[in-house]
Each structure stands twice: as structure tokens, then as C-alpha cells.
Design a protein around this ligand. Sequence first.
Ligand SMILES: Nc1ncnc2c1ncn2[C@@H]1O[C@H](COP(=O)(O)OP(=O)(O)OP(=O)(O)O)[C@@H](O)[C@H]1O
Ligand code: SF4
Ligand SMILES: [Mg+2]
Length: 381
Amino acid sequence: MLNCTKAPFLVNFSHLLIVPVNRQICRSQDWDRAQYPTGDRRLKVMSPLLEVQDLHVYYQTARGPVKAVNGVSFEVRVGERYGLIGESGSGKSTIALAILRLIKPPGQIVSGRILLDGVDLLGLSEEEMRQQRLASVALVTQGAMNSLNPVIRIRDLIADGLSNHGVRMSAREIQTHIADLLARVGLRSEVAGMYPHELSGGMKQRVCIAIAISLRPRLIIADEPTSALDVVVQRQVMQTLRKVQEELGAAVILIGHDMGLMAQFADRMGVVYAGRQVEEGGVEELFAQPKHPYSQLLMASLPTLEEKGVFQEAQGAPPSMLDLPTGCVFHPRCPYVMERCTLEEPQLQMVWSGHRAACHLLDGDRSLDRSVAQIQEDISS
Ligand SMILES: Nc1ncnc2c1ncn2[C@@H]1O[C@H](COP(=O)(O)OP(=O)(O)OP(=O)(O)O)[C@@H](O)[C@H]1O
Ligand code: SF4
Ligand SMILES: [Mg+2]
């Protein structure tokens, strides 16, 4: 039997209170008893787990503030797989770091709210927030596998994470728990005794996933977790992430450029452009009927909706985050720009239930309903 005990002053999400707790919270046999009942996933993903509200994150530079995240709002539901896409520099990693409160100077969370199960993470003390990391929300990044300490064996890397969070187990329990975690990510138990340099890139990234799930977080943020790996290994790592996500009942935010991976993994998706969210909807709808001109350009750049397609940048350059365009941030590149677009910033509005876009064309004749072929024709003309 495996008992896990966390440190005092853990946020107890089941009661939405910050309470001193020092009690058993996890047993190995509970792991497979999913946090959410089995059955239709759609039923499990109705209630919000994470609510990001009007988030602004700036990096102060000698040339002025870089407005990396400039009024982003979205929510991720319990057990949901949510995708965030956008071109390089659009603010995706900054959003991830802000959720974990890992923004370092010269970066600063200027305003907004980040609620996890109703608790505002921005209101927690540093120590309370430290406890949340790994225990409630974990981050797996592209560079994670290279940041594994090369002189520490895998078992000690995992055990350190547990002990840093006040988990107290006997040596035997820890050994069992680590073997269980490694098995869940498809690694042999002998890997526990190995050093990171003895593992392939895919194996190291699986170790990072094992560490990320070691305290059964409710939310896993995967920021381009596979982009340094070859295609076959990418798929294997994504399958591993999906498997553990389903076993855990955790929500996942997948950040990436690879539309093929995104289409296969995510339930819903948000499109980010120049620090703003310009569209959000179910993955199938967003691929089939993108509403925002930027999303349309993205989708039109794919070979087919099913095939793997790496994000190709739309024509023109993204704006400088130091000097954002007035009105709609996309207007200098938009094929449908109107005078109003240069003056007024469009707000996200509902296209239909569960689908939002920020474009003035939505106020008019809904002429955004174009097929991918028409969009491609518009772009080339
Ligand atoms: N420490 C920093 N100082 C100044 N500007 C920064 C800093 N970190 C990020 N930025 C800027 O913030 C903006 C958003 O960066 P971010 O890394 O969040 O983008 P991203 O969407 O994750 O890009 P990519 O897809 O390339 O990973 C960029 O313009 C970037 O130059
Ligand atoms: S608001 Fe105007 S510039 Fe912006 S995406 Fe819509 S049509 Fe294009
Ligand atoms: Mg990034």
C-alpha cells in the first residue's frame, strides 16, 4: 500500500479553501479509480477547472514594455484537452508561465485573474504557489528533458520532487510508486537506476511526464513537449501524454505549432495572435470552419485537414509587441481589412455556442463563412 502525504497549507480544492492539511491523500490503488466517473468524456469536461481572465503580461525593456500577453481570457474544463496555437512570439509560453506564476523579471503579470478550481493563483503566497506546482498544475516543456540533472539517477529525480512537496513514504513505497510512474509512461522499471544521459530523447521526455504526474495534478501544461524529437518519437510521447491524461482525468493544455498533433490531441483550441486570443472553438469546427481571417490563413496553409501539417506563417510579419497596431492587431496583414479595423479593437464574440472569434466582420453579413478553397483563392489573388 502506498500512502502519500502532502505538506501543510496545501490548497484543498475539494473544498475550495486553503486549509492546513497533513493527511493521506493518495494511495496507489486509488490511481486507477479515476477522479472522474468513467463514461462519456463529454460529460466529464463540462465544469471549468482553469479560468484565465483578462490576463496581461508585459516584459519591461529599455525600449518600452513588450506586451506579450494582452488581454487573454479562456477556460479549460475538468479533464479537457485544450490546444493553444499561434505563430512564434505570439505569447503562448508566456501564458503557460503566467499560469504557473513562473514569469521572471523583466516579465511581470500586470493584471488579470487565474483561477484554478475557483482559487485565484495570483492571490496565493509564494509558498502556497510552490505547493500548487506539480501537486495541482505541472509543466512539461520542450527543454524539460535537457534540464534533467545529468548526475542524478531517475529515481532520485522523481523522489526529490515528491519530498520537495512534503510527500512522506517509506523507501519501499517510493520504489513502488516510481516503478508505477515509469510503467505508466511506458518505461521499464530499470530506468529508475539510470542517469539521464543513458536515455534517448523520447525516454527523457517520458521521464519528464512521469515527474509531472507524480503528484496527480489536475492540470498539465505541455509547451511544445515534442518539438525536439523525431516524428515517430513525437507520436509515441503524445500517445503517452494522452494515456496518462486519461488515466489521471487531468486537463491538459497543449501548446504547439504542429496542427496535425493538435488535431489528434485536443478537444478545443484557442488561436493566439500577438498576445491576444482571436478565436476559440471545438477542434473539428475550427479546422473545418475557421471564422477569424488569421485562423483561416492558418487552416488554409495546411495540406489537408487530416494530414500532419506544421504551422506555416501567414503572409507578412507579425507586429512588434513593443508597438502594436491600433484597432485590430491583425489589420496590417488581413486581406479583409476595413477602415473600422484600424480604429476599433474587436472583442471576442460568440459565433455559436462554444465558438468565439474577435473580428468586426462578425457584426456584418457573416461573410467569414468561406470554404478553405475560397480562402486560398483570396490569398493568392
Ligand atoms: N525575457 C523576455 N524579455 C523580453 N521579451 C520577452 C522575454 N520573453 C519573451 N519575450 C517576448 O514576449 C513575446 C512572447 O514570447 P513567448 O515566448 O511567450 O512566445 P511563444 O508564442 O511561446 O513563441 P514560440 O512559439 O517561439 O515559443 C515575444 O515577443 C518575446 O520576444
Ligand atoms: S477585425 Fe478587420 S482586420 Fe481584424 S481580422 Fe477582422 S476583418 Fe481583419
Ligand atoms: Mg513558446
